[in-house]
Design a protein. Structure first.
Ligand SMILES: C[S@@+](CC[C@H](N)C(=O)[O-])C[C@H]1O[C@@H](n2cnc3c(N)ncnc32)[C@H](O)[C@@H]1O
Length: 242
């Protein structure tokens, strides 16, 4: 049998419980405690991320499902969309494929979007799900080498096809390759190449700039004086204006 709460205990406990108990646990707990109104189902509170994504899709004319699955936070997504759409018909180069690849393609339908991906199977999977070009690239680095390579730009050059190398890109987004531990390639080469591939008047975005490698390579090769955007979402996204 569930214990019954006195009205006095309930009125004292309610404001505290509303602050600390997640909404989905409140109904079951009320039932267990015999709280008055335990059969009332509370409406789920609005999810700020869902609301933000609805606002972004409406503001930029995107179908809401285009943003489904993207791992970036809405403030990060919006900063990049704004830069791409401020350059209508422009070119957009993305280092790294992800659940957001379809979004980047859709944001730049009037222009040219190209993805560079090092993971063969993932490159194939994403290429099959979008219209834009996905180019398989290799990185010879391991993140563990980042400090040694920082002042050796000649060792950061990538082997890129002429369709990428001979173009000046309006927006470049560095969200790859993987750089979460020392055995991954790290983003030393992609950040270095972004600095060479961006057009005059263009922008480079680098995700995960709270990490030492992204922070150091962005400072050296993109330049803190060019940093014009810095937003914290799930991670730190910096934007550099050229
Ligand atoms: C940091 S993730 C980018 C995630 C992206 N922002 C998103 O919203 O999904 C970049 C790299 O992780 C790897 N990656 C991302 N998603 C993957 C998946 N589902 N399977 C395999 N590799 C993946 C790819 O090699 C890619 O270059």
């Amino acid at each position: 049998m569930s214990p019954r709460m006195s009205a006095r205990a309930y009125s004292l406990a309610r404001p505290v419980a509303k602050r600390v108990i997640p909404p989905r646990w409140r109904g079951p707990l009320r039932g267990r405690l015999g709280v008055p109104g335990s059969d009332v189902v509370e409406p789920a509170p609005p999810d700020p991320q869902v609301e933000a994504r609805a606002r972004i899709s409406s503001r930029y004319g995107l179908e809401p499902e285009t943003l489904d699955g993207a791992l970036l936070h809405d403030v990060e997504i919006e900063a990049i969309i704004a830069a791409v759409q401020a350059r209508p018909g422009g070119s957009f180069l993305v280092f790294g494929c992800g659940n957001d690849s379809r979004l980047w393609e859709r944001v730049n339908t009037a222009g040219r979007t190209v993805f560079l991906e090092h993971h063969p199977q993932w490159a194939g999977d994403v290429a099959a799900s979008i219209q834009s070009e996905v180019i398989l690239v290799s990185y010879w680095t391991q993140r563990a080498q980042w400090a040694d390579l920082l002042d050796q730009p000649e060792r950061l050059v990538m082997d890129l096809p002429p369709s990428v190398r001979d173009h000046q890109w309006d927006v470049v987004f560095v969200d790859g390759p993987t750089g979460f531990d020392d055995s991954t390639p790290g983003r030393m080469q992609s950040i270095f190449e972004a600095s060479r591939l961006v057009s005059a008047g263009g922008m480079v975005f680098v995700h995960d700039c709270e990490r030492p490698v992204e922070a150091a390579y962005s400072t050296v090769y993109l330049g803190s004086d060019r940093r014009s955007i810095s937003v914290w979402g799930h991670a730190l996204l910096n934007g550099y204006s050229f």
